[in-house]
Ligand binder design. Structure first.
Ligand code: FES
Length: 108
């Protein structure tokens, strides 16, 4: 069990990337708060495997309703990570198992 962060630090809607490890053990996780719910995904677009953000901290589309991959404009539903618009339509962000203990967010 690994502490990812304090979920109270996120705005709603809000998202942050947390990088853990180095080299071949490096993992990039995307922590999201949307309509009061917390989600955690691997920060890797199913289209080409790049991180979603090309500008630091920019993870939402213009109207703040879906996650955005800035590389080619794919958009993803927050609740399940399914791509609804863009080159990977129908594919999903990979969810990461987590649990909350109060505001503390742990990766399982
Ligand atoms: S890499 Fe994300 S849309 Fe192409």
């Amino acid at each position: 069990m690994l502490l990812l962060g304090n979920s109270n630090m996120l705005a709603d809607p809000g998202a942050v990337s947390v990088i853990i490890g180095e080299g071949t053990d490096r993992r990039d996780y995307l922590i999201v708060r949307y309509k009061g719910e917390i989600s955690v995904f691997e920060n890797s677009c199913p289209h080409q495997g790049t991180p979603l953000e090309t500008l630091a901290g920019k993870f939402f589309n213009r109207d703040q309703t879906q996650l955005l991959c800035s590389t080619h404009g794919a958009e993803f539903r927050v609740k399940d990570g399914v791509c609804t618009i863009g080159p990977c339509k129908g594919k999903k962000l990979k969810a990461a198992p987590f649990r909350l203990e109060g505001a503390a967010l742990y990766l399982n």
